[in-house]
Design a binder for this molecule. Structure first.
Ligand SMILES: C[S@@+](CC[C@H](N)C(=O)[O-])C[C@H]1O[C@@H](n2cnc3c(N)ncnc32)[C@H](O)[C@@H]1O
Length: 167
């Protein structure tokens, strides 16, 4: 498969997941976590699909398109290892949805960030909250959920948080 095809499939899966989840969390209160602002594409999509929902955004750099920069008070600049615990102090275990898009294409690095997320993210999630990720996250608190129609297994990952985690 060409890299163009691969990218189109990844972005299509990402959009299908975000669209489905925006509906699924309609009755789950709490903020949304956007982990990996990057260019701001998925942040822009989420804020369009979830008007009025507070979205906390994380990245080690601010490199988004100027139209897609989050408000400064909702942007956590820095390493996830430091910013996720800081966000936990603010919101507790109340997030309705977390979207993690942290892939760099370097598998060793991505596995390390996935392990970090699996360790830190459960403590911010409301029981019943949803986590959607470009990486597989292996945490005892996360139960795998079926992907939306048309999203092939292994292209994106969807979990429901079953219990409150702690650091
Ligand atoms: C694939 S990009 C995100 C793309 C974005 N969702 C979009 O639609 O434009 C991944 C982002 O994750 C960030 N990132 C990866 N590991 C991180 C870490 N440990 N701490 C903070 N940010 C990290 C990178 O800086 C990068 O901007």
């Amino acid at each position: 498969m060409s890299r163009l095809d691969s990218m189109i499939r990844r972005l299509s899966a990402q959009r299908a997941c975000l669209d489905a989840l925006s509906g699924l969390i309609a009755h789950i209160p709490g903020p949304v976590l956007e982990i990996g602002l990057g260019n701001g594409r998925t942040y822009d999509h989420l804020r369009e699909r979830l008007p009025g929902r507070e979205i906390l955004v994380f990245d080690r750099v601010l490199a988004a398109h100027p139209d897609c920069e989050p408000p400064p008070h909702l942007f956590y600049l820095g390493e996830l290892e430091e910013t996720l615990p800081r966000a936990r102090e603010r919101i507790g275990a109340s997030a309705a949805l977390a979207h993690a898009d942290i892939g760099s294409g370097r598998s060793e690095q991505d596995r390390a960030v996935a392990a970090l997320l699996a360790r830190l993210l459960p403590a911010l999630m409301r029981p019943g909250g949803l986590v959607v990720s470009d990486q597989e996250l292996s945490a005892p608190e996360f139960r795998t959920e079926p992907l939306p129609d048309g999203v092939p297994s292994g292209r994106y990952f969807l979990y429901r948080c079953r219990a409150q985690g702690s650091f």
